[in-house]
Design a protein around this ligand. Structure first.
Ligand SMILES: NC(=O)c1ccc[n+]([C@@H]2O[C@H](COP(=O)([O-])OP(=O)(O)OC[C@H]3O[C@@H](n4cnc5c(N)ncnc54)[C@H](OP(=O)(O)O)[C@@H]3O)[C@@H](O)[C@H]2O)c1
Length: 206
C-alpha cells in the first residue's frame, strides 16, 4: 500500500485514482479548485481525500496530472514540501498540433520538472504513453518508466503493480525524452495507422 497524492482533478487524475484505490492505495486529490477536488474525491469513495494547493501533499508519491505547462510551476509552488517524495510525471509536452514537443532539443519535460524540484525529491516519468480511456478499462497494460533513482523507480513500480499493470524500466531520466517521443508516436498511430484511441503500446517477450 502506497500513499498517493494526485495534483489535478481531470481525466487522468480520475482514472489513476480509480485504479490506485482498487489496488489498495490511499489517494489524495489536490485541485486548484477545492470544490472540484472534493467532488472527485467524494465520487471516488474508498477513503479518497481532497487537498488544496495551499497545503503540502500528503502522499509519498505525488503524481502530476496537470498539463505540462503547469507541472514545473506546481512543483516550484510546493518547493521543500516535496523533499524526499517521489514525483511521478505523466505529462506530454505536445505542441498544439500534437506532432512535436515544446521542450528544448536534448532534454525532456521530466528533466525540466526535476530542475524545479528540491534535490531530495526523485522524478520518475510514467504513464504518458497510455491513453486515459484505455487505462480506465481496467486491463493489464505495460507502463514504461524512466528515472535516475533506483529506489524511486522501485516504489513507483510497486505502485504500478498494485494497479494490475506491468512496469517496464527504460533507464535513467534522460530516457524520458524518448518516452515523450513515444507519446507522440501513440498520437500519430491513433490518428493514422490504428485510427482510434483505444489501444496501448506494450512489449511481447515471447
Ligand atoms: N488524457 C490522456 O489520455 C493522457 C494520457 C497520458 C498523459 N496525459 C497527460 O496527463 C496530464 C493531465 O491530462 P488530463 O487529460 O487529465 O487533463 P485534464 O482533464 O485537462 O485535467 C488537467 C487538470 O490539471 C489541473 N490543473 C491545471 N493547471 C493546474 C495548476 N497550476 N495547479 C493545479 N491543477 C492544475 C486542471 O484543473 P481545473 O480542473 O481547475 O481546470 C485539471 O483538473 C497532461 O499533462 C497530459 O499530457 C494525458
Amino acid at each position: 500500500m502506497t500513499s498517493i497524492s494526485i495534483v489535478g482533478a481531470g481525466t487522468m487524475a480520475r482514472v489513476l485514482a480509480t485504479r490506485a484505490l482498487a489496488g489498495g492505495n490511499t489517494v489524495e486529490i489536490i485541485g486548484r479548485d477545492a470544490a472540484k477536488a472534493a467532488a472527485l474525491a467524494g465520487e471516488l469513495g474508498g477513503g479518497a481525500t481532497a487537498g488544496t494547493t495551499a497545503s503540502a501533499p500528503a502522499g509519498d508519491i505525488v503524481i502530476l496530472a496537470v498539463p505540462y505547462a503547469s507541472a514545473a510551476p506546481v512543483v516550484s509552488h510546493y518547493g521543500d514540501a516535496l523533499s524526499g517524495k517521489v514525483i511521478v510525471d505523466i505529462t506530454n509536452a505536445f505542441s498544439p498540433s500534437a506532432t512535436g514537443l515544446v521542450t528544448p532539443d536534448g532534454t525532456s519535460g521530466a528533466e525540466e520538472i526535476a530542475k524545479a524540484a528540491p534535490a531530495s525529491a526523485r522524478v520518475v516519468k510514467a504513464f504518458n504513453t497510455i491513453f486515459g480511456n484505455v487505462l480506465a478499462q481496467g486491463h493489464p497494460l505495460d507502463v514504461f518508466i524512466a528515472g535516475d533513482d533506483a529506489q524511486a523507480k522501485a516504489s513507483t513500480s510497486a505502485f504500478i503493480e498494485s494497479m494490475g499493470l506491468r512496469p517496464l524500466d527504460t533507464g535513467d531520466l534522460k530516457m524520458a525524452h524518448w518516452l515523450e517521443g513515444a507519446g507522440l508516436l501513440v498520437m500519430g498511430l491513433a490518428r493514422h495507422g490504428v485510427g482510434n484511441f483505444s489501444f496501448s503500446l506494450g512489449v511481447n517477450t515471447g
